[in-house]
Design a binder for this molecule. Sequence first.
Ligand code: PGA
Length: 253
Amino acid sequence: MSNKLIIANWKMNPASLDMAKEIITEINKESKHFGDVNLVVCPPFVYLNEVTGVIHNSKKIVLGAQDVFVGEGVSHTGEVGIKLLKKAGVEYVLVGHSERRELLDTDQIVKEKMIASMKGGLKVVLCVGEKERSEHGDHYHEVKRQIENAIIKLPKKLIKNLIIAYEPVWAIGKSEEEAIKPEQLHEITIFIKRLINDILGSKELKKVKILYGGSVTKNNAKEIIGKGNVDGLLIGRESLKVKNFVELIKQIK
Ligand code: PGA
């Protein structure tokens, strides 16, 4: 559990294949300095092949996908299923990111994607997080609902493939000052761990990494990861600024 995990969520970036190649080549060159940090890069589907071409021999960087389709058969125009992702070299998949929950991923769909991906041999980064914070602590209920609906009755043998990323929606895509305060993160991390402990048991809890995501930069990463009591980070915009991103990883290694 000591290795830290960083997930780079490129979303719909960068703007060209050449830029994608350049970014991953630079990051790959620096990866010998990553110490005990492991990195998962999640590019848009159209760049998966290029990225895997650069990192295929890496011991530090593996490939992730930003979404997955888990229906039966192959007649699904516009979708990308588990087998195709695995053939492209994908090992991890993001499930339940708030930007997908906003489109159409209900708790039920998130659970289906999670279970099918795990059974298909992918590691799943289950993203959860409240839309806003309230004085009355309603955000705890929202996070609890998302986690319970995903992991209740999760078969024991699949738990090793589960990572939970706590990403409060109000902190995503903001300035670094608006990221969560480490003390707030510490509180919710304890809450999430207790919940997993209650649902899956203490032995299984040890297998589940908990990450934080939302406006992480090279300037706040170390404090967030240290005082926030998390096992890693899920990073959007800062993961595309190579210099900053490499510095961020070196700081927390
Ligand atoms: P951000 O995105 O780091 O740009 O806030 C995080 C995310 O949405 O996963």
